[in-house]
Write a protein that binds this ligand. Structure first.
Ligand SMILES: Nc1ncnc2c1ncn2[C@@H]1O[C@H](COP(=O)(O)OP(=O)(O)O)[C@@H](O)[C@H]1O
Ligand SMILES: [Mg+2]
Length: 347
């Protein structure tokens, strides 16, 4: 079967801003791909291009085996959910969910009622038919928005930061619900978020975006364990990044904490990237550092450690080990070289 979404070299500029720069992306039927990246990297523009709300300057958009680059939104088989609950305030819940069905006029009133009930059941809002949007919590409003987006049985569901206006607990619950519903319905989905843990938790694959480009795409474990790009390495999993000199023997050393090959080194320097939880505290033989800040996170404790070289790195240790490490404690640091990734320094 062909892919559900196919983007080829999609480019879009607003004045001098390149919102999208030669983006290509293939999404399989039934797959949920998270678009992850900081503010302004082009996530919303990409969704709008798929939706037909923004026309790309160049490139092609395919949905299934149809090229839709010039097709108006209403003729695309998509449903959308936005960050801010875009419900019709003057319609009750049933009216909101039924709206896209009524507009299409393909079903009888009885069928519309049956389908609406089925959708409200699906999103856990059976019995809420006659409520108005202002009588619902934020999470409930997003459930209604999701039911409305799914009503016409879209092939592709587009979600633009649908959870970011919600409280933490509701956010996690609704995230898992969205995933359950998406899998149950079997629809393909693009899910935009700036939250890496949200992306990891919900997606089959995560596309890491920066500056209008997809830097890297992979399954959550791939992106987490071994990001191929510097952007992904820094964006995912709170890593340390140290710009260090590369010696003539092409080795890069951080005191006695680690020593690695630096094949990609330009201008005599390179960037060593490693995760806070990959820094070990050893009895001796590592590099000396001083604990400056200690933050209890629950199972683990995060330390800010100033090294003798003037760098400050984050170190995450099991909390059971951290009790004796108050501010001012001197520790010895080591990092398994296999856990250090080396990237070129920005030109
Ligand atoms: N309608 C627009 N007019 C001008 N600039 C825009 C418009 N939409 C987006 N941009 C710019 O394009 C870039 C990408 O924006 P956007 O896709 O909204 O990013 P994200 O959703 O990742 O935060 C930003 O620099 C933004 O300011
Ligand atoms: Mg956005």
């Amino acid at each position: 079967m062909s892919s559900a979404v196919d983007l080829h070299g999609v480019t879009k500029a607003f004045g001098t801003t390149r919102a999208l720069d030669e983006v290509s992306l293939t999404v399989a039927p039934g797959e949920l791909v998270a678009l992850l990246g900081g503010s302004g990297c082009g996530k919303t523009t990409l969704l709008r291009v798929v939706a037909g709300l923004t026309r790309p300057d160049r490139g092609q958009v395919w949905l299934g085996d149809q090229e839709v680059t010039a097709t108006p939104t209403r003729h695309r088989p998509i449903g959308m959910v936005f960050q801010h609950y875009a419900l019709f305030p003057n319609l009750d819940v049933a009216g909101n969910v039924a709206f896209p069905l009524v507009v299409r006029r393909r079903r009888s009133a009885t069928e519309v009622r049956r389908r609406t009930a089925e959708l409200l059941e699906l999103v856990g809002l059976a019995g809420f038919e006659s409520r108005y949007p202002n009588e619902l919590s934020g999470g409930q409003q997003q459930r209604v928005a999701l039911a409305r987006a799914l009503a016409p049985e879209p092939e592709v569901l587009l979600l633009d930061e649908p959870l970011s206006a919600l409280d933490a607990v509701i956010r996690v619950n609704l995230r898992d619900e969205i995933r359950r519903i998406q899998q149950r319905v079997g629809t393909t989905a693009l899910f935009v978020t700036h939250d890496q843990s949200e992306a990891m938790a919900i997606a089959d694959r995560v596309a890491v975006m920066a500056d209008g480009r997809i830097e890297e795409i992979g399954t959550p474990p791939e992106i987490w364990e071994r990001p191929a790009s510097r952007v992904a390495a820094l964006f995912v999993g709170a890593r340390n990044a140290l710009e260090l000199p590369v010696a003539l023997d092409r080795r890069m050393r951080w005191g006695t904490a680690f020593e690695v090959d630096a094949p990609a080194a330009a201008n005599g320097r390179a960037l060593a990237v490693f995760r806070a939880s990959d820094v070990e505290l050893v009895e001796g033989g590592g590099m000396a550092g001083t604990v400056e800040v200690r933050a209890f996170l629950g199972a683990t404790t995060r330390l800010q450690v100033a090294s003798g070289h003037g760098d400050v790195v984050a170190v995450e240790v099991p909390s059971s080990l951290a009790t004796r490490l108050s501010e001012g404690a001197v520790v010895s640091l080591r990092v398994d070289p296999a856990r250090v990734q080396v990237f070129p320094v920005d030109a």
